[in-house]
Structure formats: structure tokens, C-alpha cells
Design a protein around this ligand. Sequence first.
Ligand SMILES: [Ca+2]
Ligand SMILES: [Ca+2]
Length: 212
Amino acid sequence: MKLLSFLLLMISTSVLGAQTATYQVTITSNWNVDSHLGLPGPAHFSPVVAVSHNSSYSVFPIGQTATRGFERVAELGDSSILVREIKRAKKKGMVGNYVVTENQFVREQVSQTFEVTVSKKHPYLSFVSMIAPSPDWVIGLPSTKLFSKKNGFTEETITLDLFAYDAGTEEGDFGGNFTLNNEPTNPLESLSKLTGRGFNDKFATLLIERLD
Ligand SMILES: [Ca+2]
Ligand SMILES: [Ca+2]
């Protein structure tokens, strides 16, 4: 019996393939005075909150209004409430893994790298990080599928430009306004790309590479 179950395990592993894949994510700052009308001394990207999930969840839902947790990240870079929301989504089966990184201080540390594991059950990756200081501006990755039944886990390297997005929770959305204290936006607006002077160039670039 033992041999039989061992054989079945071998067969199922080879037929179904690996259940998870790990990706290395690198974010490199492009925040600069000329393009973005200012680079304040404490300029940084807040700890990245990255999540693997199914199609019912996203941590960067373009077109939707902010949850309390998302608002807190967008305005203060504080991920504590968002992590609670992610844990609730995990209990409901919508989320697989999540990671919270460190601040990325763009004057001394131009890029940061972290790893995320996606699975067949949670094949999407999304993340968010605050452009700080700012009213409620973020960079992020909308839900990106890294596994399909047809092609398996994505092997190709993904590169993307990351532009500034408005979380729709605070006023003051004009180029170069790297300040924290602005009037609340009421009612909330949806997460959308910022446009105009100071926003036309990417704030960062993104590289996603498969590790194993
Ligand atoms: Ca805003
Ligand atoms: Ca607010």
C-alpha cells in the first residue's frame, strides 16, 4: 500500500506540476525633481504590501473606492489596518500569501527586492505602496495573473512602469504637492491614475522574475 501511494504521489506531482511558484519583485525608483516637480528630503516609498489572491480580491483595485486599510496606506504609509483586511480575506479563502516590506528611501536606496509565492488557487499578484510624503498617492500593481491552466506558471520576466495613482481619499492632487495635511475627499473617489504636470513620468519601474 505504501508503495502504491508513493507511486500515486509521484504520478500526480508530475501530471499536475508544482502547486506554487515564487517570484522575485524589484521596484526601482524613478522619482526625480525634473519629472515630478520635487523630491523632498524624506522622499520614500512606504512598505510594499504584496498579496497573492484569487479573482475575488485585489490590493490595488483600480476604479474602486478605498477601504479603510487602503486609505491608511495611501495617506500615511501605515499598513496595519490593510493587513487586518487581508487576514479576513485569507480566512474567506480569497488570499494565499502576503508580504509587507520595509520603507524604500529613494535618496539612499534606489531599489528594493522581495519575494512572493503564488499558487494555482491564488494565481494573482497585486501590491500597493505610498508615494511619501503626498496627499494620497500610491504606486501599485493591479491584479496580474501568474498562472493559467494552459501555460502553467509564467516564466517570462515582466517589466512595467509604475505611475502615480490617486487613492481618492484626500484633496491636494496637483503636481509637486508632497504634503500630508490636505482636506479629506468627500465623498470618496475611485482609485485612478493621476495626470498632468508632475505626473506624466513614471515614479518607479517594476521587474518580476520567476525564481522556482
Ligand atoms: Ca487625492
Ligand atoms: Ca482621509
